[in-house]
Design a binder for this molecule. Structure first.
Ligand code: 5AD
Length: 338
């Protein structure tokens, strides 16, 4: 498909067309993953961040955030809770926190892998050198999530401070791939100044980079950021981008993101019905969940992990899908038949 054809599709608002698009994406997903929805336990372990991204609620310049940092013991206890509940992937996500050194993160990863050798560990802690990524890979990390945010360098510059560049983001993504991580990139839909052209570029980048995972969610304004008064991304366009991503990368692992679940009561179900196949419930301790506020009105079940998982399972069953708790590796990285 050419870029102008993609721009055309992205700009269509016809309900019947979108319904067909979602059905086609769902069919393609079923070929590879059936009706299975994989779950990953998300541990938001620090909201300290050295960066000042204009859209993000935990940006360094936001002095109104109550900062927290979980200790390794607290993180391991989240893993234990998640493991007992059935999770076999732990995602450690945080701001770029200088209070956690690369060595400390490596030792955290090895402790988790020592205790739960059959579980996958995913890191999502931002931009580092290839040497640091190697250190973490050697410690046992399996996967890495780093959204590219937008594949257009000028647009990237409008969303980020000057010291952050698309070129470095992409360098990180290729380094991670070379190190044999399962790599996730992704972008926000409806971020300020975004045009259909930018979204077509995002899809072209996905096609070229061939990530194992893609995180796509609507931009949601946060009141204490420079983008407080910008409009948020829509459900419709986010679902369209999820479906197009599934069609472009048939076997990709594609989450129905928390942001999608935050703008509509059944946003995650709609994401699955548009081609997504992963959900990432929160395993963070309940008293810190409110503080990891990248955007306002974030989906918050308030439920402890076992209840949250059983609620999610019933929601998925209600639309004809089933939650499975095994590792859920990308097809190209499976060591055994799952
Ligand atoms: N709205 C939606 N998504 C956001 N993110 C950060 N801030 C926002 C926001 N205001 C996303 C970014 C980041 C991921 C962890 O969360 O895409 O990569």
């Amino acid at each position: 498909m050419t870029s102008s054809e993609l721009v055309g599709i992205i700009s269509i608002h016809d309900e019947a067309f979108r319904k067909e698009l979602f059905e086609a994406a769902s069919e393609v997903r079923k070929l590879h993953y059936g009706n299975d929805v994989y779950v990953r336990g998300l541990i938001e372990f620090t909201n300290h961040c050295r960066n000042n991204c204009l859209y993000c609620g935990i940006r360094a310049g936001n002095t109104l955030v109550e900062r927290y940092r979980l200790t390794p013991e607290q993180i391991l206890s989240c893993c234990e809770d998640g493991y007992q509940t059935g999770y076999r992937t732990f995602v450690l996500q945080g701001g770029e926190d200088v209070g956690y050194t690369p060595i400390q993160i490596a030792s955290l990863v090895s402790s988790i892998k020592e205790r739960y050798p059959e579980c996958a560990v995913t890191l999502s802690v931002g931009e580092y050198s290839k040497e640091v990524y190697r250190l973490w890979k050697d410690a046992g990390a399996d996967r890495y999530l780093l959204r590219h945010e937008t594949a257009d360098a000028t647009h990237y510059g409008m969303l980020h401070p000057k010291n952050l560049t698309l070129a470095n983001r992409i360098r990180c993504l290729y380094d991670l791939k070379e190190l044999d991580y399962q790599v996730g990139c992704g972008f926000m839909v409806g971020s300020p100044f975004q045009t259909p052209d930018h979204l077509a570029k995002d899809l072209a980048f996905l096609k070229e980079f061939k990530p194992h995972m893609v995180g796509i969610g609507p931009f949601i304004p946060h009141k204490d950021t420079p983008f407080a008064h910008q409009p948020g991304g829509t459900l419709e366009l986010t679902l369209t981008m999820v479906a197009l991503t599934r069609l472009l990368l048939p076997d990709v692992l594609l989450p129905a993101t928390t942001a999608l679940g935050s703008i509509h009561p059944t946003g995650r179900e709609l994401g699955i019905l548009a081609g997504a196949n992963v959900c990432m419930p929160n395993l963070s301790p309940e008293d810190v969940r409110d503080k990891y506020t990248l955007y306002n009105n974030k989906l918050h079940t308030g439920a402890e992990s076992a209840r949250a998982l059983s609620e999610l399972s019933s929601r998925m069953e209600s639309i004809g899908y089933r939650v499975v708790t095994h590792r859920g590796d990308h097809i190209s990285k499976r060591s055994r038949k799952e």
